[in-house]
Design a binder for this molecule. Structure first.
Ligand code: ADP
Ligand code: ADP
Length: 240
């Protein structure tokens, strides 16, 4: 369970996240919607401490995440796998190696992982990466360079990489914003499959309400850093 308590982040002139309080039960798929600049991305980055809060607290299973340092902070970041709008794959590397980076990130943190890339992976790790790819119909392209894949395929590869971290939480920041509708659908279905099958909690920033309504258990709407709606998709229909 993840709990945000009056979480606030100010930048010089703006309050990107303004006193957000919310409890996310383990295994929930939470869609965060709102216009550009509403604070969605900052909210996700606060959760894995890529951005530090100006005020407020984050608790995970009752533990104060905002107070973590050193190895404990790195362990928390490994618990929170990130998925980005631009996939962030190493384009010139093959798909399988891109997925295996997640395994190195699990052991060493992402930054060192990229440095250690030349190291070898065990047969078990390669099998694990292949199984992850196979699940999303990507085993055939495992040895192709990432740059040869479509955006939707690349995003699913990024999801496989995230899974190699054995995360408890997936933080997906506009994962479908640069995809066509068909690829967007495939990525949302992959996210939901991971959420349902593994019980991994998913926090996903989305531009379109319809997508959130279709795939998420709960919708959080943000406006100028504040939560303006929080509830089940059905409740949103009733409020309109
Ligand atoms: P969203 O993800 O909903 O588009 P963001 O969280 O990216 O919103 O941004 C919320 C607000 O905070 C915006 O006004 C944005 O310009 C501002 N902001 C975000 N990051 C920074 C930063 N590093 N420095 C200054 N302002 C920032
Ligand atoms: P540190 O700088 O404390 O050693 P890490 O090296 O673990 O932290 O991670 C560097 C940054 O990259 C962190 O902010 C972390 O949230 C992020 N990160 C870690 N793993 C991944 C991943 N698989 N994909 C994307 N981002 C990641």
């Amino acid at each position: 369970m993840l709990e945000l308590q009056a979480l606030t982040r100010r930048f010089d002139t703006t309050t990107a996240v303004d006193g957000v309080s919310l409890t996310v039960p383990a295994g929930q798929m939470l869609g965060i919607i709102g216009r550009s600049g509403a604070g969605k991305s900052t909210l996700l980055r606060l959760v894995n401490r890529l951005v530090e809060p100006s005020a407020g607290r984050i608790l995970a299973e009752g533990r104060d995440v905002t107070a973590l340092h050193g190895w404990a902070l790195r362990a928390w970041r490994r618990d929170c796998a990130m998925v980005f709008q631009q996939f962030n794959l190493v384009q010139r590397l093959d798909v399988l190696t891109n997925v295996l980076v997640g395994r190195l990130a699990h052991q060493h943190g992402l930054r060192r992982a990229l440095v250690l890339l030349t190291g070898t992976f065990s047969a078990a790790e390669r099998a694990m990466a292949l199984a992850a790819l196979d699940r999303f119909g990507l085993a055939e392209v495992a040895l192709q360079r990432a740059e040869t894949l479509s955006g939707g395929q690349q995003q699913r590869v990024a999801l496989c990489r995230a899974l190699m971290q054995a995360p408890r939480l997936i933080l997906a920041d506009e994962p479908i914003a640069s995809l066509d509708p068909m690829n967007a659908r495939a990525v949302m279905e992959a996210l939901r499959q991971v959420n349902r099958a593994e019980g991994i909690t998913v926090l996903v920033n989305l531009h379109h309400l319809d997508t959130a309504r279709e795939y998420c258990d709960r919708i959080l709407a943000m406006q100028a850093g504040r939560v303006v709606f929080d509830g089940r998709p059905e409740a949103l229909d009733a409020a309109r």
